[in-house]
Design a protein around this ligand. Sequence first.
Ligand SMILES: C[S@@+](CC[C@H](N)C(=O)[O-])C[C@H]1O[C@@H](n2cnc3c(N)ncnc32)[C@H](O)[C@@H]1O
Length: 265
Amino acid sequence: MEGEDRGEKAVAAMEACYQGFDPAAYLQYNYTPPRADFTRSDSIVPWKLKCLHEAFSEGEVLVDVGSGPTLYQVMSGCEHFDRVVLSDFLEVNRKELRIWLQDGKSSLDWTPYLKFVCELEGRKCNKNERLRSVVTDVLPINIHQPCPLPSGSLPSTGADCLVSSFCLESVSPDLSSFTQALGHLSGLLRSGGHLLLIGALGESFYLGAPGLRIPVVPLDEAQVCSSLRASGFHLLQLSVYHLPPDMRVGVDDVTGVFFAKARKP
Ligand SMILES: C[S@@+](CC[C@H](N)C(=O)[O-])C[C@H]1O[C@@H](n2cnc3c(N)ncnc32)[C@H](O)[C@@H]1O
C-alpha cells in the first residue's frame, strides 16, 4: 500500500474510534478530583487554568480547536476577545456545549472552574454571562483536512488566536500526522497570531468511554518543539507539568502535560 493510502486509512480508523466517545464519561474521568481539585496547586486542571490565564492577549477572534465537551480552555480567553468560536469533530460534543450555552445545563458543573478563573483575574464571578455572549458558533472541525473549518467561518485574514487542548495528539495516528495537523491549524491563524497548545506527554491511550481505549501519539517535549517549528511556528514558551502519582487514576497512561505558546510569523 502507498504511504498516502496508509495515512488516510489510519486517520479513518481514528475517526471510527471516536464514534464511541462518551462526553459524560470523559468529563467524569478527567474533570473531577483529583485531576480538578481546586484546593491543590499540584492538580492538573488548576495548572492548566493558570497557564491559560497568563497567556492570552487581546484580539478579535479566538478559535478553540477540538473543544470536546469542555469549556475551561476559553474561560480566560473569553475576556480578551470579541468573538469566541468553539469546534469539535463530534456532534455529541457540540450538542453538550450548545446545551450549556443555551440552558446552563451540562454533564459537569462548571461553577468551580468559573470561580477559580474569576479569582485568578481578581473579579466577581459573572463569567457565564460573558461566555454566553461572546461564543458565536460551535462548529464542526476536522484537523486532518487542509481547511479544518467550514469555509467562510472566520475572517479572511484568519483568527487572532487559536487554543487547543489534548486534541492533536489524541486524534492523530502518528507524529507526522500530528505535525501535518499543526500545519492545517496554521492556515486558520492570521500572521502574527498566537497558538496556545496544551497536550499530553508520554501518553499512548486514553479512555473515551468505558472500555474504549483511544490511541494517542506518545509525545516528548523535543517532538512538540520540532513539530511546531516544522509547521512554521515560532515557539515563545514551553511549560511542563509532571503528574504526581495520585493523578494517575487509570483512565490513561499520561506522564505529563505541556503548555506551548507559539506565534505565526
Ligand atoms: C481528548 S479530547 C479533548 C477535549 C478537550 N479539548 C479537552 O481539553 O479535554 C479530543 C477531542 O478531539 C475531537 N476530535 C476527534 N477527531 C477529530 C478531528 N479529526 N479533528 C478535530 N477534532 C477531533 C474529539 O471529538 C474530542 O472532543
